[in-house]
Ligand binder design. Sequence first.
Ligand SMILES: Nc1nc2c(ncn2[C@@H]2O[C@H](COP(=O)(O)OP(=O)(O)O)[C@@H](O)[C@H]2O)c(=O)[nH]1
Ligand SMILES: [Mg+2]
Length: 435
Amino acid sequence: MFEGLQEKLEGIIHKAKGYGKITEDNISEMLREVRVALLEADVNYKVVKEFISNVKEKALGSSVLTSLKPGDVFVKIVNDELIELLGGEEKPLNISGNPAILMLVGLQGSGKTTTIGKLANFLRKKHAKKPLLVACDVYRPAAIDQLKTIGKELNIPVYDEGLNNPVETSLHAINYAKENHYDYVLIDTAGRLHIDEKLMDELNNIKEKVHPQEILLVIDSMMGQDAINVITGFNEKLALSGVILTKLDGDTRGGVALSVRHLTNVPIKFIGVSEKMDGLSSFDPKRMAERILGMGDIVSLVEKAEEIIDEKEAEKAFKKMQKGKYDLEDFLGQMKQIKKMGPLENILKLIPGARKMGLNNIQIDPKQIAHIEAIVLSMTKEERANPDIIKASRKQRIAKGSGRSVQEVNKLLEQFEQTKKMMKQISNGNFKMPF
Ligand SMILES: Nc1nc2c(ncn2[C@@H]2O[C@H](COP(=O)(O)OP(=O)(O)O)[C@@H](O)[C@H]2O)c(=O)[nH]1
Ligand SMILES: [Mg+2]
């Protein structure tokens, strides 16, 4: 699923990361490509339009975070918008009833019966509770047998009354579940090839008598954009609590998954990813976005940096750096920020490619930062602003004051000089703020 989309976005992002500066022009170009990628993935054009305009607005209005690369910021914005599009927060099942009643509806062949089995299996594993399956697709005797076969495979009981009326069968099943202490009742219903009045009336009858906590529409993702009309049709009649999107393992382009929420306002709660009984995943927009973009690492890096870095401080340091006035105070400030970000090894791991470069093997002792802090704090204000004046006797005094050795003081001054040089290079180069 989403392979085509993933590949294209990867290319666009790779390009974005190369931009030293993001301007309105190159944002427009990138977004044009994102737009094509989404349309090719069969995402509804209205959804695409809005998505693009949201990303653009955010990218242009985004604040100056001096420590972040423009490409990474762009990735983060696309990622956030993608999560929004996929529904924001994960919407868990309402299983508050005793027993909790879940009714699955959908067109013929969408995967209802298979999904009932998967869902029961999922709930039993997750909550260690007892599910009961109810066979209410009474128009095709083979449908009842199919559910029984699934029940047998999973060792989960199936309640059926043959071809008896589905409303009665459901009500009896619920009584049976109460008497026998089942925690979930999962009702398999009939489908048709198209939405029709009769089907809707029957489903509505079950709904009104049974009061299910969840009415889940099972829908085949291979239907493409037609799926949206089906969801809307069922939702108008039954007020769905969620959608289960099946067959995302097939050669579906996946665009439905990105369009459903925005166009129908019904949350996707699960996705079917194989024919097997463990082929069901709960649908988490965050995880899904991560999968589509494949940029989880950068996203968490940006999030972490955003959390911690005081933008004004960063700007101040940047301005000083540009004027060549970067001093030990700034150096200390940066060290402190690094310290706040947690173990340095973890941050390095988050940087794509760091592992390949062997950087994640660098062991950085947080104590070292504390030592640097002690040394800088032992300097006078004048010394911090003008480290050149720190000669032998001053070094000794500083070492004594900080409880560190003269060698360490020397090493720190060296590091500072190196950093200063690097900063100068950056500021002389094309490094300008993105937005
Ligand atoms: N590959 C794949 N096949 C699925 C998935 N869900 C259902 N199917 C298949 O779709 C077909 C129809 O499923 P079924 O449960 O009988 O649909 P129903 O008519 O809605 O009850 C069966 O062959 C299932 O094995 C899925 O997530 N992935
Ligand atoms: Mg069926």
